[in-house]
Design a protein around this ligand. Sequence first.
Ligand code: ADP
Ligand code: ZN
Ligand code: ZN
Length: 769
Amino acid sequence: MNTNKSIILRVAVPTPLRQTFDYLAPAGCSPAALQAGIRVRVPFGHRELVGVLLEVVAEPQIAASKLKQVIELIDINPVIPAEVLTLCLWAADYYHHPIGDVLETALPVLLRQGKPAVASIEPNWCLTEQGQVIDLTTLTRARRQADILIWLKSQPSGVTAKQLKEYKVPRTILTALCEKGLVKEASFLPSPASGRRVGDEGWDVSRSVENRREVNTLTPTPLPQAGEGIYHQDMLELNAAQQVALTAILTALNTFQIFLLDGVTGSGKTEVYLQSITKILAQQKQVLVLVPEIGLTPQTIQRFRERFSVPVVALHSGLSDKERLNAWLSAKDGTAKIIIGTRSAIFTPFQHLGLIIVDEEHDVSFKQQDGFRYHARDLAIMIAQAQQIPIVLGSATPSLETLSRAKQGRYQHLHLPERAGVAEPPRFCVLDIRNKYLEEGLSEPLLQAMREHLQQGDQVMLFLNRRGYAPVMMCHACGWMSKCKRCDARMTFHHEPKRLHCHHCDGRRPVPIKCDDCGVKDLQIIGLGTERLEEALKKYFPAVSIARIDRDSTQRKGSMENLLDGVQRGDYQILVGTQMLAKGHHFPNVTLVGIIDADSGFFSSDFRAIERMGQLVLQVAGRAGRVSKPGTVVIQTHHPDHLLLHQLLRDSYRQFATTLLAEREQAELPPFGYLALFRAEVHQAEQAMHFLEQIKGLATKLGESLPIWGPVSAPMARRAGKFRVQLLISSKHRPVLQRCLKRLLPDIEKLKSKQQVRWSLDVDPLEMF
Ligand code: ADP
Ligand code: ZN
Ligand code: ZN
C-alpha cells in the first residue's frame, strides 16, 4: 500500500463556503514537497479547482474513506510566502470570510488559474551606452528626440511598449533613435521565477527569447549603496516640522510603530515619505505605498520614478494579467524596490519589506465594498506589526478612527502645520445662499469672484458632486418623477449621450417625451449636475474654455490624463468636476475653488456623512494655490451658521473632528464602538426580513446582551430589483464582537432560510447601505 494514501492535506478551495477541505496527498509525492502555500489542483464536485495547501493534518474532518486525492501539486516552492498566508488566514478569521475566497483575492489572476509562477518576457527599450553619454545639445534640431532621451535616462530599467504609448512616442522617432544607436530594444524579464535571494539584483535576460530580432543584456540596476546611487533627483531641504517627522520615522526603523502624518495638503507629506524611503532603500529593503483609487495617477508614479533610480512598480487596474503577475513576482523576489498600489496591493509578497506608507489614509476606497470586505489600511497595520516595521498613515483629514488612536497615544502623531515652501493656506469664504437668486446653482457673488480671478489669468475650479445633467425629470402636470423601476432611486438625466440613467443599478432608458403616468408632454428637468453646470458656464463665460472631469467625461482610457495635462498647460481656465477632482492632483494655477453645494452631508442617514463632507471640502480646497498663489475657497451653503461648518473652516479640522468624536462617543459609535452589519438582498422583502430576524434570534441567544438594531430596510430599500434589509450588531469591545460572530456564523450557515437570500457580513462597515 502506498504510504502517501494516509497523508492528509488541508486545502483552501475558492468557494463561498466558510470551511477548508481535506484531501489525500497525490500518490508517490515526497512529504518534503508538501509545504504550506503551494497550489494544488483538486477535484471539487464535478469540477477541478486550484486550491492552496494550508497544512498537513493528522486527522481528517470527514471520514477517511470519503477523502479524494489531490490531482496535482502545481508548485514546487510555496507561491504564497508564509507572511502573506498568515495575513490571509488572519483576515479570513477577522472578517469571517471564506479563506478560499480571501486567497483568491490575494493572488494574481494567472496564479488563480493555475498558471506557472514565472514572469513573462516583454519587449523593452532603453538607452545604449552611447545614448547614456550623448551631448543633448547636438540634438537641438530634434527637440522631441532629446526629450525622449532625457525621459529614458530617468527610466534605468527601460520602458515597455505601453509606456512608450503613454508618453506618446511616435514609432518613427523611436526607429530613428534606434538607427542612430542611441536606443536599443531588449527583452525584459521583470522578474525571474523563484529561488532568488536578496542581493541577487538586476534584470536577468540571459534566457534566449524566440522571435526577437536582437537580445541585448540590460545594464543591471545598480545596487543601492548606503545613501547614494538610489535617487537621481535632489532632495529638498526639509522645514523644521518635516525634519521632526522624518527623524521620528527613521528612529523607528526596524521596529513596529504607527505614525499619523497629519498635515494639510501641500504641507510636504510626500517629501517626508520620499526621504524616509531613501533610508529604507539604503538598507536594501522594500517599501509598500498604498494610495486611494483615484490617487494612483501617472503624476504620482512619476514623482517616485523621478526621485529614485530603483525599480518602481505600480499596481493599478490598467495592468494586464501578465503585467500584474510580473509585478507580483518582482516584489516577491526583491527586484522591485518600491511598490505603489491601490487597496489590493496589500497582498503583495515581499522579499524584505522595510516600511509601509498609506497615503490619504481616510479614503474610503481602502475598504472593499463587496465580497471580501477588508480594509487595506487596517491590514497594513497588521503586516507592520507582524514584520516589526514602521507604518506611516498620512492625511490632511485623518479618519476619526485614526485620530482617536493618535489621541490615545497608540499612534505617534506627527504634525505638519504649514504648507511647505512658499505656498500660503487658502482663504475660506462661506456664502449664505438662502433667498439668493441662483442661476443654475451659481450665486452672483461666486460669479463675480470667478470673473475677477479669470481676468487675472488664473484658473477656477468648481466642485459639484453630482454627475449628469440633472438628478431628476418631473411631470409638471401630475408630479411624476423619473424613478428607476428597479431601485428606490431617481434616474439622472444625461445629455451626452441623451438618456435617463440610474447610477445605482446602471439601468438606462431613452428620455421620455411624455409623462409615463398621465401622458402629458410637460416634463421638466429639475436640479443640477456637472453637465448642466458646464453648459451654464459656457453661457456666462463664452470666451473661456472649460474642462469637465467626472466619470462620464473620463470614461475613455487616457481621457483623464489628457484633461489634466490640458489643465496643467493652461488650455482650460475653468475646471468643473466631481470628487474625482478632490484627490492627488496638483493645480498650481487654480486660485479660486467654488463648492457649489456643501449641504448634502448634513442630511444623510449615514452617521459618517458629515465626516466625509468635511474631508471632501478640505481636500477640494487643498487643490488650490499650491505653489505661490494663495487660493480662495468659496462655499455655497444654506446653513452658514452650522457649528460644524464653522469649526471646519474657521478653526481647524482638528476642532471639527473633536466635536464629531464627542458625538460618536456619546452614541457609542466607531471609534468608540465596533460594528458588524449583516445585509440580505432578495426579491421578496419578507424573506430577507425573516432571515435577519432569525440571525437576531441567534445573536440574542448568545447571552452577551449586545446592542442589536434591526432588521430594517436599508436606506435605499430596493436596488436592482432586490429588497435590501440590514441588521447591525455592535459592541464596545472588539474581542466581544469577534467572539459573538465566531459563535454565530456556524449557526447561520445551518439556517434553511439562507438558501433563498443573498447575504453578507461586513465587519467594521464604512457605508450603511
Ligand atoms: P503633500 O504630500 O502634503 O500634499 P508635497 O510633499 O506634495 O505635500 O509638497 C507640496 C509642495 O511643496 C511640492 O511642490 C513640494 O515639492 C514642495 N515642498 C515639499 N517640501 C518642501 C520643502 N521642504 N521645501 C520646499 N518645498 C517643499
Ligand atoms: Zn404626469
Ligand atoms: Zn436603478
